[in-house]
Write a protein that binds this ligand. Sequence first.
Ligand SMILES: Nc1ncnc2c1ncn2[C@@H]1O[C@H](COP(=O)(O)OP(=O)(O)OP(=O)(O)O)[C@@H](O)[C@H]1O
Length: 348
Amino acid sequence: MKTIARIAPGTELREGLERILRGHTGALIVLGNDKTVQSISSGGFAINTEFSATRVRELAKMDGAIICDKEATMLLNAGVQLLPDPSIETHESGTRHRTAERVARQTGFPVISVSSSMSLISVYVNGLRYTVEDTQSLMSRANQAIQTLESYTNRLEQVLQSLSSLEIEANVTMKDVATTLQRMEMVRRISIEVGFYILELGTSGRLIALQHEELTRPEMPDTEIILRDYLTCEELDEGAVQSAVEKLQKLDDKDIVDLSIIAHTVGLAGTDLDSALSPRGFRLLADVKTMPGAVVERLVEQFDGLQGLMAANLDDLKAVDGIGEHRARTIRESLSLMAESSLLERFM
Ligand SMILES: Nc1ncnc2c1ncn2[C@@H]1O[C@H](COP(=O)(O)OP(=O)(O)OP(=O)(O)O)[C@@H](O)[C@H]1O
């Protein structure tokens, strides 16, 4: 990710690489210098001058590799012949690319290869090869992704609203919970994808970044709180919830569309998708203002879930440790308000 940010549009390095491509020359650039790099370098000459797009383009006209510092702020050597360990496996053809991959593996530094014959910029880092895409096609894919994120976010809002109503009416099924988890996970995945485009686009991705920020709603509940409401386990601790979150995030794209697989993977109770489930009430209680976590825990435990809590009167609430007259009223009023607005939503 760091390397991608380093060669994103708007950086001097990217400008230099674009110039090399436009000039139909190639290049082999090592981003880093240490004893290992020196031990596999032969010939060439020292430059030790500030990095600039025009300088790197001029140096690329010569045979051999260019060595820069890690941040690509200095041009250190040029015209260097690199002699990496030939036993290092490489799947590339062409000496420039084979050398780039081997040097990256041997030194641990990112190595950029600009192919003159294929007009392609590739970066080798940590055993991976990343091909730089042209900004235009990246931009159109980023725009598609942001539109998808917008429609997924809207859908998730509807699903959450509907879950709240069902919870208040005690009508939740396993299907409703699995759908909510599915929608949340889909939003998370597409949001990560957009974040990746923003990184790749550098300064060209500013508008996408603004749209992404606007679509990221911090007030939206997370998967943890849904799982805390519905997970079936011996002891509902942080470890159990985290492990369920990880399992959900690991589901592949094929499984994430199957609600039964989601329900089974995270560990929801119930034999089939129509099984009735009841929430503990953590999510709705999180909307009650100024409630310390410990009090929420006690409430959930005392009333054995949301339905018990909805039925509790002021005296029942005040009997819970940490709840006085004022807090009891706030809880009662908030829960009544939720019930009313849920009814309104349903029948309007
Ligand atoms: N070991 C090396 N050290 C430094 N430079 C190298 C090395 N191997 C290749 N090069 C550079 O790459 C240039 C192109 O080499 P070659 O044509 O064999 O590679 P290629 O992978 O086919 O490149 P392209 O895709 O650009 O055509 C060489 O002229 C040289 O400047």
